[in-house]
Design a binder for this molecule. Structure first.
Ligand SMILES: [Zn+2]
Length: 276
């Protein structure tokens, strides 16, 4: 499943291809994605306007148009975005095709069809049902450790679960959460309310580091063929604890342990990450 760093990498690639182009044709070959694709709505909101930029909110890609309407894309489990020309034959899972004014195309390919293709009317992006309840963006400057501390102050849930909750913070993902908690020296089962402002400062710093490292990796592995490989949501990061149960901690050599929290594996060093 594509994770935040991969989506951010794709956003950067799209930002190089799309601005200045406008859509002259929209074809929906299969509308049965996670939410049905509304072809009429896409046409009404997006045709014949220039694209001005590409943003990201959580794992949604947001293509902005000159009159302030937006195309909203989510890659789901196996979605890919391909930048091709009209001449290239359709692949059987090319479900939505946007043709630009210069015969190039953006194709939304998604074998498992858990992705999303939708549009928002001018000025209505924030109210979109998929975006309205999203939590803080880890890489935005406005997301401060003070804000996280304040919002977590009354929450007794384990910090690991909170990091995985998109209503609190978006795009951290299971592997990144384990890794950031290790580097911050925080046990994954620590009740969120117990963490001090200093803990949140350290933790937010480590979350950003692990995400940025993955984005840098992505930047070097993706070429100008805009692609998201459904198998490699986590690029080839070297991981300190994730997937290393029973191996020695890189810092103290204690055996890494695994813990299951809300159905997901957390990996931690019992010595570097003491329970609160
Ligand atoms: Zn250790």
């Amino acid at each position: 499943m594509p994770e935040l760093p991969e989506v951010e990498t794709i956003r950067r690639a799209l930002s190089e291809h799309l601005p200045g182009r406008s859509i002259v044709k929209i074809q929906v070959r299969d509308a049965r994605l996670r939410w049905p694709v509304d072809e009429t709505r896409l046409r009404q909101l997006l045709l014949a306007q220039a694209i001005v930029g590409v943003k990201r909110r959580a794992k949604y890609l947001i293509v902005e148009f000159e009159q302030d309407s937006c195309l909203i894309l989510h890659l789901g489990m196996s979605g890919q975005l391909l930048f091709l020309t009209e001449r290239q034959p359709f692949h059987k899972h090319d479900h939505v095709i946007f043709t630009f004014n210069d015969e190039t195309q953006l194709r939304f390919r998604d074998p498992r069809r858990f992705g999303m293709v939708d549009a928002s009317a001018p000025g209505r992006l924030r109210e979109h049902p998929r975006l309205v309840n999203l939590g803080l963006e880890p890489l935005h400057r406005g997301t401060t450790f003070g804000k996280l501390h304040q919002r977590a102050a009354t929450l007794q849930r384990p910090v690991k679960n909170l990091l995985m909750d998109a209503g609190f913070i978006v795009g951290v993902g299971n592997i990144y959460a384990s890794e950031a908690l290790f580097y911050a020296g925080i046990h994954p089962a620590t009740p969120a309310a117990v963490l001090s402002e200093t803990d949140w400062r350290t933790l937010l710093g480590e979350i950003r580091k692990v995400l940025r490292r993955a984005i840098r990796k992505g930047g070097t592995t993706l070429n100008d063929f805009v692609d998201s490989n459904g198998e490699t949501g986590y690029f080839q990061l070297s991981l300190a604890v994730y997937g290393r149960e029973g191996e020695g901690c890189q810092s103290c050599n204690t055996q890494i342990e695994r813990l299951v929290q809300v159905g997901r594996s957390s990996f931690f060093c019992p010595s570097c990450q003491r329970p609160a």
